[in-house]
Design a protein around this ligand. Structure first.
Ligand code: SF4
Length: 267
């Protein structure tokens, strides 16, 4: 049975097309600078002494027997699950879990619930969980508490999500703000070109389909514009002008290139 993970579940719910590129076609994107930095920061915390100062009081109180960076797998009736827990501690009927984040913490606590569910399988006596997202660069943390009943309820909802993922046949694109960081936007844009001949839009389905393609195209162009901007700035053209939409004026005219357009913002 193929094990689900938080990354898989999050990717599928964000965009099934992205899931297809990443986990069905097994395409592995090059890690971004932010991902490399995050991995480095994680590696630095392998003992209590290395826990960040702002989190130490809470850590020393709630993690008496810390286990750092452990992979846990568990099989449920219809799905398998695995996760790498940054640090946890189990004492009698209580467990504490912490997940290091570089800066921002997620808007929801699905990842922590997955880890609590995995620990509940490894340590069946545990009935109370306290979990933390810890922002290493933000110097703050957020705490969540769950009972075993909360985690059992979560298991039931996860089982439905697992079923949807495991039986999926179609992986439609679901564009959104996340397209801005999508490593597969070029391929997605190629597969979802806006038709050159746009006939009249007559149905809602047509409108949705077209809106999706426009969203993907806009994000693709934004990525290209950002690359162009970086290149030009790095090559000494720091007087180029940009407008609010990061649009550049690549005119051969010296006047335009040197930012002499009235009312335009210079960067
Ligand atoms: S570009 Fe957007 S819609 Fe396309 S795969 Fe990536 S996230 Fe999904």
């Amino acid at each position: 049975m193929e094990h689900l993970s938080y990354s898989r579940i999050k990717t599928f719910s964000q965009c099934p097309k992205l899931y297809e590129y990443r986990y069905i076609a097994n395409r592995v994107p090059a890690p971004s600078q932010l991902m490399l930095e995050g991995a480095d920061e994680h590696l630095k915390i392998a003992s209590t002494e290395q826990v960040p100062e702002f989190f130490k009081p809470a850590f020393e109180r709630n993690f008496p027997l810390p286990v750092f960076e452990e992979t846990i797998e568990a099989d449920f009736l219809t799905f398998g699950l695995k996760g790498v827990i940054d640090v946890y501690s189990v004492q009698n009927i209580s467990a504490s879990i912490a997940d290091w984040k570089l800066l921002n913490i997620p808007e929801d606590d699905t990842q922590l619930k997955i880890y609590a569910l995995l620990l509940s399988q490894k340590y069946p006596q545990v009935v109370f969980f306290q979990c933390y997202y810890v922002s290493l660069k933000g110097n703050f943390f957020k705490r969540y508490t769950y009972t075993i009943e909360d985690i059992q309820e979560f298991e039931a909802s996860l089982s439905e999500i697992a079923d949807t993922i495991q039986t999926a046949k179609d992986f439609p694109p679901r564009p959104g703000q996340h397209c801005a960081w999508c490593a597969f936007i070029k391929e997605c844009y190629q597969e979802n070109q806006i038709p050159l001949e746009i006939t009249q839009i007559t149905t809602l389905e047509q409108a949705i389909e077209l809106a999706r393609k426009v969203y993907i195209a806009e994000n693709f162009l934004d990525q290209i514009k950002a690359q162009l901007k970086t290149f030009l700035l790095e090559h000494g053209l720091d007087e180029l002008v940009f407008d609010e939409n990061n649009r550049m004026y690549l005119s051969p005219s010296i006047a335009l290139r040197f930012g002499k357009i009235n009312g335009r913002k210079k960067k």
